[in-house]
Design a binder for this molecule. Structure first.
Ligand SMILES: [Zn+2]
Ligand SMILES: [Zn+2]
Length: 292
């Protein structure tokens, strides 16, 4: 039996899609990652990248059963959903998972962006069977796959996911601000939250085969963006090294980071790694595939 997992990147950008000549190498679509397991399809986030993934699934000509895990509900993570073609086709089944928010129904959060003032087609008129499942921090088994969830550090919160299948572990942590602990010593509750989060995170990513992590800023850029909910590249690398991660993918590139910038980010990361550490590091790129 084939136990290989394919991970494919369909959208790697943070905040807003940026098509154009300056992003032809890494791509301009917002967050969407396909994780194809031997007998099920997981999709992480539904940014504009999910449109092309949907077209690919339709081209394969089979019934689609997709489990879509949303990190949170900022536009760059849900905006592609109304353009996901399999949702328009009878016989397909789409299960959308998102973090539970007090007093808010997941279905409403998603359907609101398809209200007639914003979009011509209502969620209710889509032909596929669409289900919604709220997740809380904890652990789940979904289609036989272990899924651990963790609330991560982002304005309004986001959810990080870790999936374990056979002996492989994949972590998806986007829109997470890794904060150096000394910054938070002025607020006790924040400090405890950060420490707690840092420990939980290290436990979850421990020796992961693949860590996909928000790395929106360089160290210098981050200094003006503290509290915006994104991480600087050196912090992400340091986390991955502490966790003994095997492959690290820098994800959720800033809309102001063009191809040449991302090339230099990844080169400086690889210089820092040198021969000293046993980790492979990549910048997420539209169309990139990783097999585990
Ligand atoms: Zn985002
Ligand atoms: Zn966000």
């Amino acid at each position: 039996m084939n136990t290989e997992i394919k991970v494919k990147f369909w959208g790697v950008r943070g905040s807003i899609p940026i098509p154009g000549v300056k992003t032809t190498k890494y791509g301009g679509n917002t967050s969407c990652v396909e994780v194809r397991l031997p007998d099920c399809l997981f999709i992480f986030d539904a940014g504009t990248g999910i449109r092309e993934l949907g077209n690919q699934l339709c081209a394969e000509g089979k019934k689609v059963k997709a489990h879509i895990f949303l990190s949170h509900f900022h536009w760059d993570h849900i905006q592609g959903l109304p353009f996901f073609k399999p949702a328009y086709m009878k016989g397909n089944e789409i299960i959308i998972y998102g973090m539970g928010l007090q007093g808010e129904r997941l279905e409403h959060i998603i359907s609101n962006q398809m209200e007639s003032v914003y979009f011509p087609v209502r969620l209710q008129s889509l032909q596929a069977q669409i289900k919604f499942k709220k997740l809380w921090e904890g652990n789940y088994v979904i289609n036989g796959v272990k899924v651990d969830t963790l609330y991560i550090n982002h304005p309004g919160r986001a959810m990080g996911y870790v999936i374990s299948y056979k002996n492989k572990k994949i972590c998806y942590f986007t829109d997470n601000e890794i904060v150096p602990i000394p910054l938070w010593t002025d607020e006790t509750s924040q400090y405890e939250y950060k420490q707690d989060l840092a420990e939980k995170m290290l436990q979850l990513i421990d020796r992961a085969d693949l860590l996909i992590h928000d790395a929106q800023y360089t160290y210098q850029e981050y200094q003006n963006k503290v509290g915006w909910g994104h991480s600087s590249i050196p912090e992400v690398l340091s986390l991955a090294l502490q966790g003994g991660v095997k492959k690290l993918v820098l994800f959720h590139h800033d809309p102001e980071s063009f191809d040449e910038h991302i090339d230099s980010h990844i080169n400086s990361c690889r210089e820092l790694i040198g021969d000293e550490y046993d980790i492979e590091c990549f910048a997420a790129q539209e169309g990139m595939e990783i097999y585990l």
